[in-house]
Design a protein around this ligand. Sequence first.
Ligand code: ADP
Ligand code: MG
Length: 514
Amino acid sequence: MDSVEVAAAPDAGPGPAWQSKCPWGAHNTTSMSCSLADVMSEQLAKELQLEEENAAFPEVVAVAEGPFITGENIDTSSDLMLAQMLQMEFDREYDAQLRREEKKINGDSKVSISFENYRKVHPYDSDSSEDEVDWQDTRHDPYRADKPTTTPRKGFIGKGKDITTKHDEVVCGRKNTARMENFAPEFQVGDGIGMDLKLSNQVFNALKQHAYSEERRSARLHEKKEHSTAEKAVDPKTRLLMYKMVNSGMLETITGCVSTGKESVVFHAYGGNATEDKVIPPECAIKVFKTTLNEFKNRDKYIKDDYRFKDRFSKLNPRKIIRMWAEKEMHNLTRMQNAGIPCPQVVILKKHVLVMSFIGQDQVPAPKLKDVTLSSEDMKKAYYQVLNMMQQLYKECNLVHADLSEYNMLWHDGKVWLIDVSQSVEPTHPHGLEFLFRDCRNVAQFFQKAGVAEALNERELFNAVSHLNITADNEVDFQAEIEALEKMNEDHVQNHGKKLPVFSGDGDPPIYAE
Ligand code: ADP
Ligand code: MG
């Protein structure tokens, strides 16, 4: 099995206390290897996350240590930020120049070449995203645009003594010169065609080799830049976004990080001033969806088949898709809020940064259900509450949580709060019922293990939530029926453009109360 390098938790090494806790501070990373299967395991991911949290943030940063980001106290990292903003300006100018050159070269020619691939500011990076114009992949392969003319397959052209073969020195030399135009634009090739330069194969190959290795070097540099930003908790642009929230007075202080997951980083903040239309909670959670694109690849299936997002999905670039996760979490939370399900209240969404009310107190997040020790009375109460919330979620919000477990339920104020709903889907999602069944399994197993005698098993729970009344008495058949239903619904949607009525719930699901 392949061995995969996984960055382990940063050492809380020597240095000032804030440095070891502050995600802005540079941290050392060590590596350990584990198998690909391990990497794919959700359980392991959670454990690693926990380890990482414990090591990097043994506790939430205490107020006494000074504010994290405030209006007045701008830490030194903003110098870096300024430098990076200047660099961004510089890169933009470079790209503008590239565009001018591109235009000059192409002129009115029908066949055009593009330098798109050589721009410093990657289209995904573009900060002009405020305008929300969907980026479309209009790039074309510059190596294909102006292929040099080739000798026909027979290997020669002309007649009699005017025959020239593909090996003809002059033809070949000119062809090589033309091919040089295909090197990266930063590779200066001069006006070889204008000078009727004829390059021998040997010289051309040497130049080609050099051009490619230059290109690879440049790609490596870009890659390094990507990785170094990914290593820190959030990238400079996100920091800037958060900083703006403090600057505008919406947030008073960002105190520290409460969780670093694979796909998101969550910060605690004290709320700032209310505006005309917005009351800011006294304590807020800032969920930053990580813009390291790879992590989200695994989650495509949640969003790309979601009818609400389907049309947009295909048109979007990965960065926008990540914003869609944040947007999805916002919409789902709002639905839940409207149904009266205890969950964080949305404050604001800015790109991939979602601000919501903080579940917890004095910077300490409420414990996850898996970490809290409850009396058997409270555990039973929690169970019935979860059952009711699942039913409400399904019936009133038309949602399936899709990652429901003791990890995403917090115990606060004597009740369970649901969080982490960016992946939640409507039940008619092509895999919606499978997700629901998985949720039911997690919930049933957790409460059964916790000693709640009344806890329904996963199949009973599934029926109680969905009201689909699947009768199979074993898991395999049950799942087969679920999949058959999903398939039936898909076909129905394809043929009739609407979902099966059975999914809308025929009558109220039974409400199980204490
Ligand atoms: P992930 O996708 O990384 O699991 P979550 O939304 O589950 O993201 O957030 C990760 C952790 O951050 C949670 O387990 C919880 O401890 C904390 N957290 C998230 N949102 C809030 C919130 N609104 N209030 C308090 N803590 C929160
Ligand atoms: Mg979570």
